[in-house]
Design a protein around this ligand. Sequence first.
Ligand code: S3P
Length: 423
Amino acid sequence: MADATLSGPGGAFDADVFVGGDKSLSHRALLFAAIAEGDSLIEGRGAGEDIRSTERALRSLGVLIHNDRVRSPGIRGWATPGGPIDCGNSGTTMRLLAGVLSTSSIEAELIGDESLSARPMSRLVGPLAAIGGVIETTMGTPPLRVGGSGQATASEVQIDIASAQVRTAVELAALAVNGETTIDSPGGFRDHTERWLSAIGRGRWVTDTKFAVTGGPIPPARYEIPGDPSSAAFLWACAAIHEGSRVTTRQVSLNPGRLGFLQILESMGASVEAVVTGATGGDPVGDVTVAARPLHAIDIGGSLVASALDELPLVAILGAFAEGVTTVSDAGELRVKESDRIASVAAMLRALGGGIETADDGFSVVGTGFLEGGTVDSAGDHRIAMSAAIAATRADDPVTIRRAEAAAVSWPDFFSVLEGLWS
Ligand code: S3P
């Protein structure tokens, strides 16, 4: 698939869906299993290309991965890779692996595709260097050269952005420290890693945002990966903009750092019901139902941004169908995602006849109550490709999405699941 053309508007629907395994948790489960020595089982992990990037990277370090099974010699037995490790489009693969390798005795080069090669990596350098991790960027971006010294020292690490990727990179690097490392940052981040480390006795919370990692080995384990709320969000948004519609997504991660978009939907007037049904490694899981109600504009900023960051392109679409002007600010991080998401969201909405103004750190959308047809370029960004498809379901005329195949980075079945809402 290169271009996809979708016709709207679809009518009302009532659907019940299981989305694929959570991307953040799938990366973490693969890394935890690879750091541990022995056999682990990972059930329900995501099938997106980003997860394949982590699998490929770990294989090049001598970890065996076959279906749900992972067999590792443990990080101390990892092999030196035969060449650069290609992290594809996946920032999570590169940043987490850079952390793990930085305090290991393996020396490696990490590279990525064109988009990843432009993403900021210097944010890792200070925090990892603080515990003796070895990492060198190429003028702040990939390729990265990491590891080799196999040395790490306890420290108090302060991170100045609410990034779960940077926190996790340091936390996994800190497993090599003989002693306790503390990590602190602004709040709003997804705390999957901290919950899993706490569950295996390798960490504890010191304050709401400060976490202490106790160095040492981690055991092989069985991981059950819940559904991805960042995928489910596309279906929630779709239900919210189709009068009379409702969707239930089963067994998705309900980590508090992932719930910002549900708060936004509720504040804009949609009906939202989230029921916790269980937990994996102390990380809550449950069913979420979103139903359409008339939407009104809100202002979004502050710590809500970190917990809704990946879903902000969808806010632009909700805004187009809400009464008033919806504003997103404090979201400069959007500029350094898989695309410049402030620019690509604005281009998407303008291509469909919407009204949007951009700022350095966000955008404002005028609620006109309609979108026209047109052609949207995904900018090679999975979340823009899928957002455009959601817009298409309410657009007056067909929408063509260029480079629609980008959706496969996180959700290869997205287009068929979307179509299935109406069947
Ligand atoms: C992720 C953290 C977030 C998110 C990304 C996945 C993770 O990035 O945007 O898609 O799995 O830790 P930042 O840590 O850069 O905010």
